[in-house]
Write a protein that binds this ligand. Structure first.
Ligand code: SAM
Ligand code: SF4
Length: 446
């Protein structure tokens, strides 16, 4: 039996693709292992959103090839770097045996068979089959209690800095009937929380409305949310939302359904309209704030998270101060901040990357300092409150502690005096929060 080690970089879409690749290999008789040194086949599912992520791949391949162990595994590159680079990857890195694009994940075992039967430097960048199998085996799921359900693939937005429309292709919404059926199956298998995933979930536009007819809603996405809520699954989260397509009816759907969770991830990227225009985001600060106000006016406390890029070409100190003002106004629960990374092939790559590395680093740190203050204030506001936590695992830092998420997607760690803590796994329980640290809440079972 061939042993396969599969490592994933990047977003939840890659995690979900890896779950399916591993499931398909397992069903073909491969053993999926967690020690790369004993593997016959090493797979890297890659990310190309920033240059750093790409470098990680090359250093990983180099490390395996220079290792002095006896095994010389086959190395396959999957995902976004594979899709963009295709066969040029073989010239860039001699250690790679095969390359499989973002839509060829379902043909992973075919790729391996080809290479094992002597087809050197095998490449598959073809489209996904329309009737592709989305099944994920229970052993290969990232979590036994949380399931990722892709609802839309690709992106049509072409923000000037972003490689995703090139690496993942155009938007393709999956059938609502299939998505709903998948959620029902997951629920039957004991999954308590699903994450509906896609680069822009709220741009969801299926070819047919089959499965959604009974549900009200201003957009196909809010109708889908109501349809998924009607399955009775305990928790439904969705990410990522695109500001221009964020119809406020999404907030109404959340308000009407307890199992739609208290969390919206709505990346804004910059607080300056000049920068947003240069990024071709299709939204302004004013239109973004209208949506934020609607989210904040919900009777539920909806947690709000976002993404920012600092140091985009021509971003001035004034633009950056506008970003900080936005952070102060919105008081995001948390935020991912990235230093602008020029990506070959994108329109922004033609602009001069004229904010120095030193200035990018300075803005990055200043941003983090301010954001952390608001993050702390928000986390602190949960102290002495009771939250519902889906218990997902033992804490990695302290095995006596269990760890899970709230409906507003905060991590909560707690100790328990139960005889068998294992029995709490997969349950949603009440935790009284006693303290907060930089990214985590701590508490006790009520
Ligand atoms: N579709 C989502 C949206 O537009 O809101 C975001 C998906 S993107 C893969 C995730 C994040 O990566 C973006 O929100 C952006 O902050 C960051 N990102 C994308 N391209 C980048 C680049 N060239 N340099 C730095 N950060 C980048
Ligand atoms: Fe990239 Fe913009 Fe598409 Fe998001 S919406 S994936 S940032 S091009």
């Amino acid at each position: 039996m061939k042993k396969v080690y599969l490592e994933t970089f990047g977003c939840q879409m890659n995690v979900s693709d890896s779950e399916r690749a591993a499931s398909s290999l397992e069903s073909e008789g491969y053993e999926i292992i967690s020690d790369e040194n004993s593997a016959d086949i090493v797979l890297f599912n890659t990310c190309s959103v920033r240059e750093k992520a790409e470098h990680k791949l090359y250093s990983k391949v180099g490390k395996i090839r220079s290792a002095q162990n006896l095994k010389k595994p086959l190395i396959g590159v999957l995902g976004c770097v594979a899709q963009l680079e295709g066969e040029t990857l073989f010239q860039k890195n001699q250690g790679i045996d095969f390359v499989l694009g973002t839509r060829a994940v379902g043909r992973i075992s075919n790729a391996i068979k080809n290479v094992l039967s002597g087809h050197q430097q095998f490449v598959d960048l073809g489209e996904r089959e329309d009737d592709h199998d989305w099944t994920v085996s229970e052993t290969q799921r990232n979590s036994p209690y949380v399931g990722f359900v892709p609802i839309i693939e690709g992106c049509n937005k072409f923000c000037t800095y972003c490689i995703v429309p090139f690496s993942r292709g155009r938007e393709k919404s999956l059938s609502a009937v299939q998505i709903i059926q998948q959620v029902i199956d997951l629920r039957r298998k004991g999954i308590k929380e699903v994450h509906l995933i896609g680069q822009n979930v709220n741009s969801y536009r299926p070819k047919s409305e089959a499965g959604l007819e009974k549900f009200k809603g201003a957009t196909a996405f809010s109708r889908l949310l109501r349809a998924i809520a009607a399955t009775g699954l305990e928790r439904i989260k969705f990410t990522t939302s695109f500001p221009r397509d964020f119809h406020t009816d999404i907030v109404d759907a959340i308000n009407e359904n307890d199992n739609l969770c208290n969390w919206v991830h709505l990346p804004v990227q910059s607080g300056s309209n000049d920068v947003l225009r240069a990024m071709r985001r299709g939204h302004t600060i004013e239109s973004y704030l209208e949506k934020i106000d609607k989210i904040r006016s919900s009777p539920r406390t909806i947690s709000l998270t976002t993404d920012f890029i600092v140091g985009f070409p021509n971003e001035t100190e004034w633009d950056f101060q506008e970003t900080l003002k936005l952070v102060e106004y919105c008081q995001f629960d948390s935020s991912y901040v990235f230093k602008y990374s020029p990506r070959p092939g994108t329109p922004a790559f033609q602009m001069i990357d004229n904010v120095s590395e030193k200035e990018k680093a300075k803005r990055f740190l200043e941003f983090e300092k301010i954001q952390k203050i608001y993050q702390q204030i928000t986390l602190q506001s949960y102290v002495n409150k009771t939250v519902d936590v889906l218990v997902e695992k033992f804490s990695s830092k302290n095995p006596r502690q269990l760890s899970g998420h709230t409906t507003c997607h905060k991590v909560v760690n707690f100790e328990s005096n139960f005889e068998s803590n294992k029995e709490l796994l997969g349950k949603i329980i009440k935790i009284k929060v006693t303290k907060s640290k930089s990214n985590t809440l701590y508490g006790n079972i009520l």
